[in-house]
Ligand binder design. Structure first.
Ligand code: NDP
Length: 287
């Protein structure tokens, strides 16, 4: 028999998680602030709790997937968490996760934080590439490993409850840089190049360039930022000037790419012509 669980939050992500657990045969108790969102799930077999406290009381395993840290405070304010295993799939910062872990412990609960690396249509679809980083209580992760693996693959990254959020947000930050670069590229070409074909080129090019992250890891690990550099900083700073002049010619604001080119110029001015871009990582450290 599949073990029961309670899920608080039936937004885009919570709804997808709920359907994955129902489809796998787990008895599911759900709660959502706006009750209407639970109706469709009730027809699909979920039991709907009238209050968050009632949903928490119903199962040993309580999963929350709400908008942000503050909405978890709101939702759980009146709930008795003693003896519960609380799993928080709400996106937050590492410090928020650590604070939530202390908060849960004060209330007698064991705590596991999660960072979902997927969009809702990937949830519950084997082979979609969806996975969730988990950190915090190893006991909770192991006790519920089968249940947690239903909606997506799992990756436990350590006892420090902040580590799942750190992994999650670091990857989202890399993605944000990619979104910024892609937006700038479309702004350059939108009136002159067929956009669907251009998207094919973007996907291929970013895929080909992504492994440069391995070189950056090697540089940072070894402290030698010049090893195996094929594109040196002096050349790239000269190339960046071309990027900025092209933006000007195309009447596109440089505001998305200029911050990065400025940092590369600073590193070059500090005397690192034979490095690649790894030195920018040093410049980003706030003293
Ligand atoms: P939605 O906006 O679709 O849903 C937000 C949920 O939070 C709803 O259930 C909403 O309730 C609830 N909520 C908001 N404020 C409060 C509050 N003060 N008290 C109680 N409940 C509240 O968001 P998603 O489902 O997409 O996202 C949920 C979490 O999952 C977020 O942390 C997000 O970062 C994360 N995530 C989402 C991904 C995505 O692509 N969608 C990808 C990876 C992670 P109500 O219905 O009443 O408004």
């Amino acid at each position: 028999d599949k073990s029961p669980l309670s899920l608080l939050g039936l937004g885009a992500m919570g709804g997808a998680l709920a359907r994955a657990w129902l489809a796998a045969g787990h008895p599911l108790i759900v709660w959502n602030r706006t009750a209407g969102r639970a109706e469709a799930l009730a027809r699909e077999g979920a039991r709907v709790a009238a209050t968050a406290a009632e949903a928490v009381a119903a199962s040993d395993l309580v999963v929350v997937c709400l908008l942000d840290h503050a909405s978890v405070d709101d939702a759980l304010a009146g709930a008795d968490l003693s003896g519960k295993d609380l799993v928080d799939l709400t996106t937050g910062t590492p410090e928020e996760a650590r604070a939530r872990a202390r908060w849960a412990e004060e209330r007698g609960a064991r705590f596991l934080d999660g960072g979902v690396m997927a969009v809702p249509p990937m949830i519950g679809v084997p082979g979609s590439g969806a996975y969730v980083f988990y950190s915090g209580s190893r006991e909770v992760f192991e006790a519920h490993a089968g249940t947690l693996a239903v909606p997506a693959d799992t990756a436990y990254v350590g006892e420090d409850p902040g580590l799942a959020a750190l992994h999650d947000v670091a990857l989202l930050s890399a993605m944000t840089g990619m979104f910024a670069g892609v937006a700038h590229a479309f702004a350059l070409v939108r009136e002159e190049i067929p956009l669907k074909g251009f998207a094919d080129l973007v996907v291929g090019w970013l895929g080909a360039m992504a492994p440069y992250a391995y070189g950056m890891a090697e540089h940072l690990d070894s402290g030698d930022y010049t090893k195996n550099v094929t594109s040196n900083l002096a050349m790239m700073v000269r190339g960046n000037a071309t990027l900025l002049r092209t933006a000007e010619e195309q009447k596109v604001s440089p505001e998305l790419i200029a911050p990065f080119t400025t940092l590369m110029e600073r590193r070059l001015a500090d005397g690192h012509a034979d490095e690649g871009t790894t030195g920018v990582v040093d410049l980003l450290r706030v003293p």
